[in-house]
Design a protein around this ligand. Structure first.
Ligand SMILES: [Mg+2]
Length: 405
């Protein structure tokens, strides 16, 4: 039985501000910007939350609900620094550490207890070090799977510790509201409520086929989660400097929909690897090799680092179109490289709920592909590849070995 910890810092951005400026302590504080600006709450202190403020709420509404709140623009470099110290502390306990955002991480302590004592004691030591060295509080969930550990840390907040014993996972989840389950966003919650489902226990006992019919692919994943079933492993981060995927074509081509479809597929592969490694990329490079072996690359630096398939593809496509306009000759190889990797810390302007929904969708797609193969889910754009590449075990067989991953 696995022993997984989910460690999550409490009200992270706001808490960092409160450590730096003691005058902010025990006050309703909001990080996100001036309420006169359009924008949303990125982080609210627990004092502000008692007024109903929460992340994702428009700033203007937050000010109406809590006129005494102190609004701060926030400073991403400060949060990045605190995050690095946080991850540094965690890495002292185990190398099996997977950052899952700027302020949270999973640790795998399976087989650890005979050497270092019960996981709950280790968790208390982790909490103490975070408090002593960074001044922040963390909440920790312990369970046999990532999803239950994450829900448990959420229930334990703030400054809590909750261990769900093996075999007790379903019992623990059952009475909780569905919104506590990862990947159940406001839209999904509304659909489920329409079906009369308000608790995770009710969700767990629905037939999976019904969920799939009403919610789609996400239905299958959240049904598993509701039952405490989560095959995802803790994946330690790789220190890769860049991630690339490329393929040589059997025949040189200038078929635009085909090149575009291939680029999308390659973008999805690098996007999946970025997310798996807990990274985002600042640079996207497209590489073309022409029939005469002349090779050109075009790179663009993004304003914000990303790990979203669509964002990588959009930049790649724009580069591809430039390259094709520059030199109209048949192409024998296309590749995409993402570089300028940073740890997967969410940036302030990315904190609106629509972006988070996209991330959740990407994660769901990753988990389904881990189970059923890469081609189990396809975006419309890559379906064109069915006409060109053979498939085996849920993967396209592309001519370059790097693509078989
Ligand atoms: Mg947090």
């Amino acid at each position: 039985m696995g022993k997984i910890l989910h460690v999550d810092l409490d009200a992270f951005f706001v808490s960092v501000e409160q450590v730096l400026n003691p005058a902010l302590r025990d006050r309703p504080v909001v990080v996100g910007g001036e309420p006169s600006l359009r924008g949303v709450v990125a982080s609210a202190s627990y004092e502000a939350r008692t007024y109903g403020l929460h992340a994702g709420m428009p700033l203007a509404q937050a000010q109406r609900l809590c006129p005494d709140a102190i609004f701060l623009k926030g400073s991403f470099p400060r949060y990045q620094e605190a995050s690095e110290r946080f991850m540094g502390i965690l890495s002292d306990f185990t190398p099996d550490l997977e950052p899952a955002g700027i302020d949270e991480a999973y640790l795998d302590l399976t087989g650890f207890e005979s050497l270092y004592g019960p996981a709950a004691e280790t968790a208390l030591r982790i909490k103490r070090r975070i408090k002593d060295e960074i001044g922040l509080t963390a909440s920790i969930g312990i369970s046999s799977s990532k999803v239950v550990a994450k829900v448990a840390s959420g229930v334990a907040k703030p400054d809590g510790l909750l261990e769900v014993a093996p075999g007790e996972e379903r019992l623990f989840l059952a009475p909780l509201p569905i919104a506590k389950l990862p990947c159940v966003g406001p839209k999904t919650e509304k659909v489920l409520r329409g079906m009369g489902v308000t608790t995770i226990g009710q969700l767990a006992s629905l037939p999976p086929s019904l969920l799939k019919a009403s919610i789609g692919l996400l239905g299958e994943v959240i049904h598993g989660y509701a039952n405490g079933v989560d095959e995802r492993k803790v994946e330690p981060t790789a220190a890769a400097k860049s991630i690339s995927r490329e393929t040589t074509f059997a025949q040189d081509t200038l078929d635009y929909p085909f090149l575009r479809g291939t680029l999308y597929y390659l973008s999805e592969r690098v996007g999946a690897e970025l997310r798996r490694d807990g990274k985002r990329a600042r640079c996207v490079t497209v590489k073309l090799r022409y029939a005469d072996f002349h090779t050109i690359t075009r790179r663009r630096t993004l304003r914000e680092a990303t790990n979203a398939d669509q964002a990588i593809f959009d930049v790649g496509l724009e580069r591809l179109e430039r390259l094709l306009g520059y030199r109209r000759q048949r192409v024998r190889l296309i590749g995409i490289v993402v570089s300028g990797l940073v740890n997967d810390g969410r940036q302030l302007s990315l904190l609106d709920s629509s972006t988070q929904g996209g991330e959740c969708l990407n994660r769901v797609i990753d988990s389904i592909r881990a189970k059923y193969g890469f081609t189990a889910i396809q975006r419309g754009r890559t379906l064109v590849l069915n006409n060109f590449f053979p498939r085996e075990k849920g993967e396209y067989l592309l001519p370059t070995p790097a693509l078989s991953r």
